[in-house]
Design a protein around this ligand. Sequence first.
Ligand code: ADP
Ligand code: MG
Length: 326
Amino acid sequence: MPGAIYAEGLVKTFGDVKALDGVDLDVPEGTVLGLLGPNGAGKTTTVRCLTTLLRPDRGRAEVAGLDVLKHPNEVRRSIGLSGQFAAVDEYLTGRENLQMVGQLYQMKAKPAKARAAELLDQFDLADAADRPAKTYSGGMRRRLDLAAALVVSPPVMFMDEPTTGLDPRNRQLLWDVIKRLVSGGTTLLLTTQYLEEADHLAHDIAVVDHGRVIARGTSDQLKAQTGGERVEVVVHEREHIATAREVLAGFGKGDTTVEEHTRKLTVPVTGGAKLLAEVIRELDTRGIEIDDIGLRRPTLDDVFLSLTGHVAELRSNEENGKEAAA
Ligand SMILES: Nc1ncnc2c1ncn2[C@@H]1O[C@H](COP(=O)(O)OP(=O)(O)O)[C@@H](O)[C@H]1O
Ligand SMILES: [Mg+2]
């Protein structure tokens, strides 16, 4: 039986751009799927197809057991989507916005009021609750928008990059809210560019690139698939990067990646602590001073790199801030 969210062979083309090139997904009820991919991978297009906002050229999808193309209205009643349905009214206060959403969903005035107060608290908006939304900062607005999507608890939720633009504190806040939501039985499809977020929240991760799911599994499975441990070295002098790279290549089981600005080199290895000792001796013999060296398990960053051949394009908080303000 298909899960709470199911997609088979979704294709969507915009002019020359194949945004989706045959996306398959299956999300069991009560679980979180992290749809992880760089900018332009097809995450939003997937979400829009699944939430009836966009018609795929080919393929089929079911949400909450309902065919998305045949029963769009019923599907819309069964889902919550952050950022789209929950249009925040600039001129209403945060509290009024949330109460209005409750009433749109046929809640009575009193429970709608109580639910609004509860969400304002959860999203740390209580102090700003009675100010018009147009006075909110980018991050506050984002939180209000998410709160609006949670006024009623739908069985299936979609969140498209919910924490892009949030500072670490607010990201943590939202993660807690999401965990509570899921522990209540909600099925969630969450898109993200943050590997850490997928790692933290998702039961299963689907890595998307160029409109296709290129890997699927739990965070641990994906990491295991990427193989072995990594030796990570930070050299003291930038001039030593090239030589250190040569040394690591001699021990490595794959390509060495170099982060110039942090003088950090990483290479996949097998051989554990014994090998680490050998690497240290060899670096020492070649006269390379090191600031730090260690063994670590692969991260989702490594997974992404080995799957796609490019590092995940994670954006800095500063850039995120700009986006949130825009
Ligand atoms: N309405 C649209 N018109 C034209 N191209 C689009 C449209 N929506 C998305 N695309 C293109 O489809 C590809 C996938 O976009 P999108 O699903 O938004 O990716 P993501 O959300 O992963 O960043 C991108 O190349 C994007 O430019
Ligand atoms: Mg997107």
